[in-house]
Design a protein around this ligand. Structure first.
Ligand code: PLP
Length: 397
């Protein structure tokens, strides 16, 4: 028996082991980047489903086209247009989660040894996808406004061969929670323009802003004009309707999307028609907008509880991001302290998070950790942060 080189490059990590430890229900977990079960639109979906005609329900149980359930392709196009994404000359494909979208893009572009440029830190699932195609990862650190331009420029100047892909999560980034400024988005596009690098703009959280004033910051890079960067915009219903729907999509140049469709045919033939029918009904009934209006104050409240608890309990020298949307706070320890040590102590005390090296493109840098405020029961967030802060105090005097 001989496994492929690609499968041998996949890392089952220390992180999975740590996450398994945190699965104990008595632990206050800030680990999962997912909505709380109590927030799912169960009654709304019940009502929408019961109103659907029999023919549509039958279609929901049937195979569908690889590119997506035609009615959803239509309603989603209209929805994305309303979000400022010019769809006229773009291709659109429905994928089994954003994760599959990222994986398919990797599959059609990456050969062994190709380079992918990412943010540092970056989303675990993106890094895993690039590694699974045996790509080299180079990364530029981020600050509160996005990728640091001098670092990005330095990387591109140094590379003998241009990266094939650049992977960014510009809106309430996973894991840091930061959002790009308009200027930073423009600067990144200017630097990538004409290089031939294909950009993946991953946007699971953009609609989950806390304050209306920040909404303009969530306008997409694929919607910006005046650059020469092929952009694959990856979206998902996971963080709004629920990850169990496994429903994502990619918008991009038609030539790319056609190739994604070919790649998807051999992967899963089509995404669940059942959940596509539900998402389509949701969009057509204009149910998404009121649901988002309900979600935003909920997440804002949770973030505020977490930020207040951090301010009240963390020792001096520890810093953290102040998210204006999304699910995450990124905490950085002083003096390069190792977050795995803090994790062990926090777990002993009854709370868990995800250690920083999980999101490190080099898999090593570990002086930060991610706290998700989205999933933890709201009335346990403060208590959990106190436990984490107490664990940090064992190392930071
Ligand atoms: C940045 C980012 N991209 C993609 C995904 C995957 O989304 P999906 O569940 O739709 O595959 C996640 C999920 O955590 C994410 O945070």
């Amino acid at each position: 028996m001989e496994f492929s080189k690609a499968s041998l490059a996949m890392r089952s990590s220390e992180i999975r082991r740590l996450m398994a430890l945190a699965a104990d229900p008595s632990i206050i977990s800030f680990s999962g980047g997912m909505p709380n079960n109590s927030l799912f639109p169960i009654d709304e979906v019940d009502a929408l489903w019961s109103k659907l005609p029999r023919k549509v329900k039958e279609a929901a149980f049937q195979y569908g086209p690889t590119s997506g359930y035609p009615a959803l392709l239509e309603s989603l196009r209209a929805y994305l247009e309303s979000r400022g994404i010019p769809m006229k000359d773009k291709g659109l494909i429905i994928t089994t989660g954003a994760q599959q979208g990222i994986n398919l893009i990797s599959k059609i572009f990456l050969d062994e040894g190709d380079t992918v440029l990412t943010e540092s830190p970056s989303f675990i699932g993106g890094l895993a996808a690039f590694r699974s195609y045996m790509a080299q990862i180079i990364s530029a650190p981020i600050d509160d406004e996005g990728m640091i331009i001098s670092e990005l420029k330095g990387l591109l100047d140094k590379e003998a061969k241009m990266p094939k892909l650049a992977y960014l999560c510009p809106y309430f980034q996973n894991p840091s929670g930061i959002i790009y400024s308009q200027e930073r988005k423009r600067q990144v596009l200017d630097l990538l323009s004409g290089t031939g690098i294909v950009m993946i703009e991953d946007d699971p959280y953009g609609e989950l802003w806390f304050d209306e004033a920040d909404k303009p910051l969530t306008s997409t890079m694929i919607g910006m004009s005046g650059h020469n960067v092929p952009i694959c915009y990856v979206g998902t219903f996971a963080k709004i309707l629920g990850p169990g729907m496994r429903l994502g999509y990619v918008v991009g140049p038609k030539e790319i999307v056609d190739r994604l469709e070919l790649a998807k045919q051999s992967m899963d033939a089509c995404t669940s028609t059942y959940t596509q029918v539900i998402a389509d009904a949701y969009l057509r009934e204009n149910a998404l907008s009121p649901y988002l209006d309900k979600m935003r104050p909920t997440y804002k409240r949770r973030a505020t509880i977490m930020l207040d608890a951090l301010a009240a309990n963390m020792p001096d020298g520890v810093t953290w991001t102040k998210p204006r949307g999304g699910f995450y706070v990124w905490v950085t320890l002083p003096n390069g302290l190792d977050s795995t040590q803090v994790f062990q102590k926090a777990l002993d005390g009854g709370a868990a998070f995800v250690i920083g090296s999980a999101f490190a493109p080099d898999g090593i840098k570990n002086d930060s950790f991610r706290l998700a405020f989205s999933h933890t029961p709201e009335d346990r967030i403060e208590e959990g942060v106190k436990i984490v802060a107490e664990a940090v105090r064992q190392f930071v005097k």
